[in-house]
Write a protein that binds this ligand. Sequence first.
Ligand code: SF4
Length: 259
Amino acid sequence: MVPQVGKKRIFFGLSFLSILALSIAIWGLWFLVFPRLKQIHYLLPLLVALGLGLFVCVVVGGLILLFFSAITERDFLFPHGKKQITVRVLFPIVTWLGSILGISKERIRNSFVEVNNSLVRATKGRILVKRILLLLPHCLQNYDCPYRVTSTFANCQRCGKCPIGSLIELAEEFKADLAIATGGTLARKVVKEKKPSVIVAVACERDMVSGIQETYPIPVFGILNERPNGPCFNTSVDLKKVEGALRLLRRNDEDGNNY
Ligand code: SF4
């Protein structure tokens, strides 16, 4: 497989830079406390240096494994937990560093979603695909549609004026649960109730990143919506991408369904 860096380079570039900054800060701290440690015991500076060095090596090693998993989309993350570094630890640091360097939050979020999806592809062999949830934002529905689809999508007449009808058909074809949420609170409630083993989500960059973070450790394959009419109004999505994500995940279907 040809390594795919693309949009992921922003996230990884900032991640390696964050770790470099962290290492310099740790070295500075150690340098400051060195005389005090030596006073306590002559071996203490060496022990503290070894401990801190080990910590930095573990973090750098974890990031290198994430990097190779994301660009080759092969599973180098054998034990659990390394993805947690990306989701919980690295993303806030990277966003903070990016804002200092003048990189827009949207570009960083976009890059993060790309990295996240590559990690889902890389680890797909370990994902138990019992229940897939296709989670959609309400803004995909045509604004003038008189049918209420958030309470039950069976109300949709599949008239073709918005992507909702086609997405319902995809959910049926791939035996996925479907939910259309009007906001983050409702989306969280749906996830709690349906208890999916994996989620295919459509959302804007901001909602997608917070959704990936909040639903962790449930894997989320994120597909960013298209906003030709501005945010939150008559948005759209590439149906081929949604179908591709469902097909990819269903390949691991433990019931042996063939899609
Ligand atoms: S496909 Fe038609 S009926 Fe269904 S939500 Fe969209 S506009 Fe309404």
